[in-house]
Ligand binder design. Sequence first.
Ligand SMILES: Cc1cc2nc3c(=O)[nH]c(=O)nc-3n(C[C@H](O)[C@H](O)[C@H](O)COP(=O)(O)OP(=O)(O)OC[C@H]3O[C@@H](n4cnc5c(N)ncnc54)[C@H](O)[C@@H]3O)c2cc1C
Length: 417
Amino acid sequence: MRKILVVGAGQSGLQLALGLQSHGYEVTLMSNRTADEIRFGRVMSTQCMFDTALQHERDLKLNFWEQQTPRIQGLGVSVAAPGSHDPGPTQRVIDWLGRLDGYAQSVDQRVKMAGWMDTFVQRGGQLVIHGAAVSDLDYFSRAYDLVLVSAGKGELVSMFGRDPERSPYTAPQRALAVSYVHGLGPRPEHPELEAVRCNLVPGVGELFVMPTLTTSGRADILFWEGIPGGPLDVFDGVKDPTEHLSLTLELMETFLPWEYARATRVELTDAGGTLAGRYVPTVRNPIGRLPGGGLVLGVADVVVANDPITGQGSNSASKCAAAYLASILEQGEKEFDEAWMRATFDRYWETARHVTKWTNAMLAPPPEHILNLLGAAGQLPTAADRFANAFDDPADFEDFFYEPEKTAAYLGSLTGA
Ligand SMILES: Cc1cc2nc3c(=O)[nH]c(=O)nc-3n(C[C@H](O)[C@H](O)[C@H](O)COP(=O)(O)OP(=O)(O)OC[C@H]3O[C@@H](n4cnc5c(N)ncnc54)[C@H](O)[C@@H]3O)c2cc1C
């Protein structure tokens, strides 16, 4: 039986390890944290996943939390009028909700990864708790048929060279600040419908609000993305979770009073319910060459780490794991050589390239035709629905988003203009 080492127990590593295990491979999973350290640790993401990515989990029968988790049926966009908060109150110039064809869900990674890790062990998988270093991988690459590095944005990425042609940014484009809360009220525009709400404050940043299933049950996430150096870039060094939440709410009151209005009674889910940080969006060479000459293949965030502004990383990790699993199965008993590794990554890049293009576009100030599109979607539910569903399949943006002519043609086709 073929022996595979998976380094890193996140969305992609665990999905791959469990998938390979179900096909009879001898899998070793290496994690720098135990299941309990993950379960009782700090939140890591907002991890909203759309239908295609969720379907990969269903295909492997790993959708353990699907019934308890809120079903996100809509995706809404609100845009604050530029500068209107000073002096307040802020006005909204755009405000609509698109309907998703298939629901999205967010299962706190603390719940999912800890649960999947336990399942992997219960099914006979070998779990090694160890923060792998490059020297360890040098040794292991000789003992395994394939080594997959799915260690997220950690230090092991240094083994994979940055691809400058696919990585337009050399500095973080947003400062991130997440709070998991209980007690958030519904949006009064659609009290019965669970939705992700994207609130854009031009020149300042974005706030995303979404329901989740966390360690203490149903909760909501408040997620600020601030342009570095701007008024939202104030979370670095804030150690006290209560202070982090207070800052989050103050900024909501200033910039997004319609979201603040339903947040006046929130409290943190737990002491680990906040997160702050920033990172550079980076695409890397997928093949790592070890000092001893062995090769390892990078997975998901290791090779394609986009900013979370479009909520795609977990979706991409699931799609990457599904693509890699298919390539491994198709390879049968043949060697996992460099050509196979390159082809395996290229198969994933076919979807990842659309995510990267769209996400990098969303980090830049929106050009006029995109503001027109977002504005028009308020009057054209078909356009709002299409925008929402492109979060599930970002390749669709090619046809109506990037080029002013295509946007105008699409809107014209809806209005008859
Ligand atoms: C604030 C924020 C919000 C986000 N919101 C969303 C969203 O709404 N939707 C979405 O789709 N994506 C979102 N993402 C992105 C998403 O969380 C990641 O892209 C996704 O988790 C990547 O999966 P992965 O398997 O590549 O890595 P990870 O999930 O990061 O897993 C890597 C694992 O490897 C472990 N590890 C690291 N180094 C080592 C080592 N040396 N040895 C052993 N183990 C190691 C880590 O501890 C971790 O458990 C968000 C990210 C952030 C930061």
